[in-house]
Design a protein around this ligand. Structure first.
Ligand code: SAM
Length: 214
């Protein structure tokens, strides 16, 4: 697969659109400028890779809208070298953006075909991401605690396991609501263990399935 001047131009235009929509985090914008989003698309949809829209990938799932990726990545307030858990690897695009931001990334996907495809693609692009095929609705205890946790599927509630697997001063970004509409929540676990929840507006995700999901 090639990353041509045309792709790079379309990507630059997408980044300008995100800035116009209010995305300010320069590290996130630079990462998204570098990651070739069309590599994460099925051939049939490749021409739409630089539209600011979610698109179908395999198994009834979606690659998140670039604006959503930008908002979630910004809310994480990530610093290089932080240990990050992503729930819902999907296409691997969000993982690539976080890896580009120098996260030490662990990602969980419960659909085998997506897990296999994302693992192959991320490895071949040179991103060092550990991926687990399993139910991430209870996190990934083996590598806990994490500095940051990002959930890219809609949860009915905030799973307790995520709070337990977060370090003090850690941040969890998770869409919470019903199966059609969620609110983007940023949850901060303060040094003394108290939990602060901030609402960052409406979003739509496919459901988080599993023990602590739907
Ligand atoms: N981050 C992805 C990307 O960049 O393409 C988008 C993810 S898609 C909106 C949501 C993903 O969450 C799907 O791939 C779905 O299979 C996965 N998922 C749903 N429930 C899950 C669970 N309990 N554990 C792990 N992955 C889950």
């Amino acid at each position: 697969m090639k990353d041509t001047y045309k792709h790079k131009g379309l990507r630059k235009r997408l980044i300008e659109e995100l800035i116009h929509k209010g995305v300010k985090d320069e590290t996130v914008l630079q990462a998204m400028l570098h990651v070739p989003r069309h590599f994460f698309f099925d051939k049939d949809f490749e021409d739409f890779a630089y539209d600011d829209k979610a698109y179908p990938i395999a198994d009834g799932q979606t690659i998140s809208q670039p604006y959503t990726v930008a908002v979630q990545s910004s809310l994480l307030q990530l610093k290089p070298g932080m240990k990050v858990l992503e729930i819902g690897t999907g296409s691997g695009y969000q993982a690539a953006v976080l890896a580009e931001m120098k996260a030490r990334l662990y990602s969980v996907e419960r659909k085998k075909s997506l897990y296999q495809k994302a693992q192959f693609l991320l490895n071949s692009l040179g991103y060092d991401v550990q991926i687990w095929y399993g139910d991430g609705s209870q996190g990934w205890p083996t590598h806990a605690p994490y500095d940051r946790i990002i959930v890219t599927a809609g949860a009915p509630e905030i799973p307790q396991a995520y709070l337990e697997q977060l370090k003090p001063n850690g941040i969890l970004v998770i869409p919470v609501g019903d199966q059609d509409n969620q609110r983007m929540m940023r949850v901060i676990k303060h040094e003394d263990g108290t939990i602060e929840k901030q609402d960052h507006g409406p979003f739509r995700f496919v459901p988080l399935i599993g023990n602590e999901g739907w």
